[in-house]
Ligand binder design. Structure first.
Ligand code: NZQ
Ligand code: ZN
Length: 388
């Protein structure tokens, strides 16, 4: 049965080849000082930086920069960013980049006017912001996380070996996001594929929870089929606009809170992947790919009916004359073959993890209770071991 919920997503989207023009509509709504946040320089080499700067200048903004946001942004960098935003007296934080840059911008936005240590407050104690939040806007250049239309922010504390996400409320969602699929054409193939699997994992971790037969399940099956179809095209031809635009749109819907409404969710693959990243700094989507199949094989007997449904409705497995378990297993096998085909990293060793790290990774794994089986420490260890 669909549970009770309220639904509101306040992010305004500008989508398509002219999406950046949306900045001309948005910028006049905010004060003069804009903190432009970006990563390691891809936006300079692909021309997005110049386009954004021109629009900011045309709109009479004072531009302050905070560059060098790394993939898996750190608490150390967050402290640097909030000092910069404070010094700039930022009226708007404009994030231009992938999920790391968007997540980081949100973390800065809730930390500038807060007197506590932001890591402790938001990522250890999971408190909500009680201070004035600086509005955030995003220009997305890498697809996968859904950060462009949600309140998620994932920060890594390298010293504590923890990578933790805080899902903030609507007041922290980006006020607007610019989604031009062409801006993603320069993303390296490995990164594109990693993003594709991030999308798939977001959908699956909301799908594989509960046995209700509700609208969300049908939406998610549709999103998965579109994703698989478009990914197959994009892997062959990364500049296929139709495929890249469909992937971009699917990513947004996969994690903009809609499909989770009224149902339970799992998120254990993300908890395992984040623990791996806390020890290896590996690419987000690849950490998820490396642990997924061992995790799903372990929980399959507890969610058999849903895994069989997944096999038939998403992977086209023919159920005739087969037991439910056979159908479910064939679904996972089809998924595994497809993951290999598109070039995902399927084991932890290839991501730089060693058996010596195992105890540490187990310790860094937060256990969630919404999946078909609530894992204990032995399960976590077994899944990770099977992922090496
Ligand atoms: O730093 P630059 O030079 O820009 O290069 C980036 C980076 O190296 C590059 N890139 C981005 N756009 C590009 C490009 N290169 C060429 N052309 C372009 N157009 O891609 C690399 C990865 O970027 P990153 O932002 O790290 O990737 P992604 O979007 O996958 O973000 C990953 C982060 O988001 C978090 C992850 O944990 C990770 O920290 N997540 C956030 C979520 C949320 N807000 O809801 C949920 C997700 O599950 C995820 O956990
Ligand atoms: Zn993710």
């Amino acid at each position: 049965m669909l549970g009770n919920f309220t639904y509101c997503n306040p992010t305004k989207l500008y989508f398509g080849k002219d999406a950046l023009d949306g900045l001309n509509e948005e910028l006049p709504k905010y004060g003069k000082n804009v903190l432009l946040v970006y990563g390691g320089g891809s936006i300079k080499s692909n021309g997005v930086y110049d386009k954004v700067i021109k629009i900011l200048k045309d709109n009479g903004k004072n531009v302050f920069e905070d560059a060098g946001v790394m993939p898996n942004p750190t608490s150390e960098k967050l402290n640097e960013g909030l000092a910069r935003a404070k010094a700039a007296k930022a009226d708007l934080i404009l994030a231009v980049g992938g999920g790391s840059v968007c997540d980081y911008a949100k973390a800065v936005s809730v930390s500038v006017n807060c007197n506590d240590d932001p890591w402790d407050k938001y990522f250890i104690r999971f408190e909500e912001p009680a201070c004035k939040i600086i509005p955030v806007g995003c220009v997305l250049t890498m697809v996968g996380t859904g950060s462009e239309m949600n309140g998620g922010s994932v920060i890594t504390n390298r010293e504590q070996k923890l990578k933790i996400g805080h899902v903030f409320g609507e007041n922290v969602f980006p006020k607007f996001s610019v989604l031009n699929p062409e801006f993603t054409f320069t993303v390296p193939k490995e990164q594109m594929v990693s993003g594709i699997y991030d999308i798939m994992s977001h959908i699956l971790e909301q799908y594989f929870s509960g046995m209700d037969d509700n609208t969300s399940d049908y939406i998610m099956e549709g999103l998965l089929r579109s994703l698989i179809h478009s990914a197959n095209i994009a892997v062959e031809n990364p500049t296929d606009y139709e495929a890249r635009s469909n992937i971009m749109w699917t990513a947004t819907w996969a994690l903009n809170t809609l499909v989770a409404k009224g149902k339970t969710t799992d998120w254990m693959v993300h908890m395992l992947g984040q623990a791996v990243a806390a020890h290896t700094d590996a690419t987000h989507g690849m950490t998820l790919a490396a642990v997924s199949i061992p995790y799903y094989r372990r929980i399959l007997p507890y969610g058999l009916k849903k895994f069989a449904r997944y096999a038939v409705n998403v992977w086209g497995v023919n159920p005739e004359g087969k037991t439910q378990i056979k159908v479910a297993e064939e679904g996972l096998l089809a998924m595994e073959e497809w993951m290999k085909k598109i070039g995902l990293t399927m084991n932890l060793t290839a991501l730089g993890a060693t058996e010596q790290m195992l105890d540490g990774i187990v310790k860094s794994t937060l256990i969630m209770d919404g999946g078909y089986k609530v894992l204990d420490e032995n399960d976590v260890r077994a899944v990770l071991k099977a992922s090496f």
